[in-house]
Design a protein around this ligand. Structure first.
Ligand SMILES: C[S@@+](CC[C@H](N)C(=O)[O-])C[C@H]1O[C@@H](n2cnc3c(N)ncnc32)[C@H](O)[C@@H]1O
Length: 239
């Protein structure tokens, strides 16, 4: 299930911002978790198509590496990323979705997901607020899909301060104010900024993974994941 690639029947502009509706149900005929999730999203009729594919592709990559702990979805919008993570792997007891402007339709989407998967009931908290209002736990998995510009840096900093596992899919790189590490003479400025982010996380004592999700879903497709390296015990000095 986890390693499953998207079926041929779903090969229709996954990067479209058009909403998935009941008219799209036939595009997802299979009895796979992805197709069942997509059909449920179609029933809700409120989610842009690209958000389904982005959330799914990010969730499955995060879940290959990180299990257990609370899922904290920052700038989470409809919160599909957090909910897909719980559907892919029930090892996390609950999830928190924070967004300073939660879409009104996030409740509608959550309701149809709970109807389809009653085990989600009572496990997802939606909070309208800033990422700066959240207390992070060391055991959390902090995720953020397309936190615009410097918001991605704040997500990484806050997660690293708590020594939590983290995964971000950066977007809206501000080439004027962002840190490109002086690398943009060699590589694209946005790539340079994401390299600096990855190396900073590594220098903060994290093991990092750099991956991509398919470019036809979004050109902002670089996924950075990090997990704190275990602290090596200091050997006792013999007297
Ligand atoms: C580009 S959207 C991404 C939404 C969702 N993660 C997705 O991938 O579809 C960025 C989101 O971040 C939210 N946001 C911006 N600044 C924020 C802040 N300081 N605290 C919480 N959410 C914030 C916005 O309201 C918006 O919903």
């Amino acid at each position: 299930m986890w390693g499953r690639e998207l079926s041929a029947s779903t090969k229709f502009s996954p990067g479209s911002k058009g909403r998935l509706t009941k008219h799209d149900l036939d595009r997802f005929p299979d009895d796979t978790l992805f197709d069942r999730l997509a059909r449920t999203v179609c029933e809700a009729g409120c989610l842009p198509r690209k958000e389904l594919y982005e959330a799914w592709e990010m969730a499955r990559r995060v879940r290959r590496l990180f299990r257990g702990g609370r899922v904290v979805d920052l700038g989470g919008g409809h919160g599909l990323l957090a909910q897909a993570m719980l559907l892919l792997d029930d090892s996390s007891p609950n999830a928190l979705v924070i967004d300073k402007a939660l879409p009104a339709s996030s409740a509608k989407l959550h309701d149809v997901l709970v109807d389809a998967w009653p085990r989600l009931k009572g496990r997802i908290a939606f909070v309208a607020g800033s990422i700066d209002d959240v207390e992070f736990l060391e055991t959390d998995i902090v995720v953020s899909s397309h936190a615009c510009g410097a918001l991605t840096d704040r997500v990484l900093d806050r997660a690293a301060t708590a020594r939590a596992r983290v995964a971000v899919l950066p977007c809206c790189h501000d080439l004027d104010s962002g840190d490109d590490g002086g690398l943009s003479g060699w590589v694209d400025g946005a790539v340079a900024m994401d390299i600096v982010r990855a190396l900073r996380l590594e220098q903060q004592g994290y093991r990092i993974w750099t991956q991509t999700i398919p470019e036809d879903i979004t050109p902002k497709n670089r996924l950075l994941l990090g997990e704190p390296r275990a602290v090596q015990p200091i050997p006792r000095q013999s007297v």
